[in-house]
Design a protein around this ligand. Sequence first.
Ligand code: EPU
Length: 351
Amino acid sequence: MSASLASTATSPVWFAAGYPLRAHNTFGFDVRARVACRIEQEADLMKALGDPRAAGLPTLVLGGGSNVVLTRDFDGLVLLVALTGKRVVHEDDDAWYVEAAAGENWHDFVAWTLEADMPGLENLALIPGTVGAAPIQNIGAYGLEMAERCARVRAIELATGTAYEFDAADCGFGYRDSFFKREGRDRFVIASVTFRLPKAWRANAGYADLARELAQRGLTQARHARDVFDAVVAVRRAKLPDPLVLGNAGSFFKNPVIEAGQFDALVLREPQVVSYPQADGRFKLAAGWLIDQCGWKGRALGAAAVHERQALVLVNRGGACGTDILDLARAIQADVLARFGVELEQEPISL
Ligand code: EPU
């Protein structure tokens, strides 16, 4: 893969001071970086960090910028990860092992695996962002989390330039969470991810919206991963805004998980509450439903708004800044807490 080639004389590519980040965050916030440089080869990374232009500056790693709220200009070095390359690294009787560099577009990668007849990632179609961002928040949708398909993550420690291979257990995956979002935050740059795609394929089509869409297509039993892929794409297009059209970062809050005792009390007051029992006896609540019930769906505070078709998604209607989105988020959290006694945790990182 090109990601492992040595740095060339022309890379990394440095940009003029005050580099605009608008195209590098899916909310489309109009903020700037003091300096920015594009990482095209793994070796570019240490070259960039050792450059006098980076001396003493904090660093921010951006892939697709799909999980970040940039509230102000970044007074430091922004590393734009543009490592590319994808290939099958290993195949045995049970699975294909496919490696993709961090800068690859996630959806294009998923489509590529299917075109090569390697199913397994179809439920995660159309998630915005890059391959390198996927493990950080353990992207998930329609009954699948990337953790279930992750074999290993190659990450480079910023302080030393040492490359580490994390297997799935080392990644500490949880619901929209990982080692890289917690202890490893700001310490590593993800260079590539290797996925294990089992050859024994079975459609994972139990998620309500997905099952409904497949049934509408006359596919009560999806026989091909392509059918699931197409249905996921259709459901997402119908419900979730395209960041290129309406700035957003997907779900803005995690679905909260509460203790059984709290759930029992809540369900007495709110019998309609949408919930999913967890293996550990707790209950996950649909944050979109909670927000919707508080009357926020489609409402706006200035140019920051709650999406009309999915209350869990906050959008930039044009000209909003990061603090406008955070003000809206705080107002929503306060209302949900007051009515349901439940705290909503923000999903994207704010800076
Ligand atoms: N709901 C409402 N009103 C709304 C939104 C949702 O009543 O405005 C209800 C729905 O009717 C449904 C329930 O809430 O009964 C769940 O809604 P949905 O199926 O749309 O999923 P979600 O829980 O809101 C999660 C993920 C999404 C993922 C979908 C599908 C999180 C934080 N979000 O959303 O992930 O696409 O399930 O699997 O877990 C993301 O993380 O950025 C993201 C988009």
